[in-house]
Write a new protein. Structure first.
Length: 296
């Protein structure tokens, strides 16, 4: 199972890990979380299971999605688009349940010998919380905390950063500093490049699934150098070979070490509680942004 953990188009970044799995002869299931950004879903925060239609519940908080899966108000998930692209069902995880219940739901779905890869696009999942550009730490933190808890249940888990810095949040210096510290703790598993075949698959997905950050990784894989802007010009993305990679790491070691924000929310009862814990630590999140701008 390969999950994009940051909401929205992170499911496209998950395709890179899925491609790597297929190179090893394994066919993974691809999915993400029930949180679309305001241009897609004008209601702040993630959707709960009872707010989603045309989906099948596999376990508490874990749904199987089809191209018809949407919110009750009609907002279509990136995972629904991805289901159409792949020609098979995808997965949706209700991140609103918090780390412990997300881990419990995934434990019900994943076979004992299965592997779950938690993929963040950009690398803000490894942010410390003080970086000036950090904008969307909440969903990532909850899902990385869930990954660590799932790992502690004895399941095989990997975490990954796809398209380092392609979301325009952490700078290369900030992200690589965190990765270096994680490496010093024995937490970095490996690095994989976006191959030409993988870039072609990602490009097809980018045309069908609304995403900006993952699209920048494809540009990096095609050899572009320089800068680009996303989020209506609010974010600047460095285009370089760094963005054309996926960095794989040990989720539990990250949470015990450099991933401070995931550690802060490890015992959160739900997403609202996680938001409170990050606010108490002085960290502004994507939910703050959405609550300020949404008419709902």
């Amino acid at each position: 199972m390969v999950l994009g953990i940051g909401g929205g188009g992170d499911v496209v970044g998950a395709l890179a890990a899925a491609h790597l799995c297929r190179r090893f002869g394994v066919t993974p299931r691809v999915g993400g979380v029930t949180w679309e950004r305001l241009p897609i879903d004008p209601r702040p925060g993630p959707r709960s299971t009872d707010e989603i239609v045309d989906a099948t519940e596999l376990a508490p908080g874990v749904l199987e999605a089809s191209p018809q899966t949407r919110t009750a108000e009609g907002a279509v998930f990136a995972e629904s688009h991805m289901s159409r692209v792949l020609g098979e069902p995808t997965l949706l995880v209700d991140v609103g349940l918090g780390p412990e219940r997300v881990a419990a739901g995934l434990a019900e779905v994943v076979p004992d010998a299965g592997l779950v890869v938690f993929v963040d696009v950009g690398g803000d999942v490894l942010g410390h919380g003080t970086e000036p550009g950090l904008a969307s730490p909440l969903c990532d933190a909850v899902m990385l905390a869930a990954a660590a808890l799932l790992q502690r249940r004895g399941r095989r888990v990997l975490a990954a950063v796809f398209g380092p810095c392609c979301d325009g949040e952490l700078t290369p210096e900030e992200l690589l500093g965190q990765v270096a510290r994680l490496a010093a703790e024995g937490g970095v598993i490996g690095v994989d490049a976006i191959t030409s075949d993988m870039a072609a698959e990602l490009e097809r997905a980018v045309h069908e699934v609304p995403t900006e950050a993952s699209a920048q990784a494809v540009r990096c894989a095609r050899g572009e150098i320089g800068t680009a802007t996303i989020r209506a010009g609010r974010r600047t993305v460095p285009l370089s070979p760094l963005g054309a990679t996926t960095i794989y790491f040990d989720a539990d070691r990250a949470v015990n070490g450099v991933a401070r924000l995931a550690r802060l929310v490890l015992e959160a009862a739900d997403l609202a509680h996680a938001q409170e814990l990050l606010a108490a630590a002085g960290v502004r999140t994507e939910l703050d942004y959405e609550l300020e701008r949404s008419p709902h």
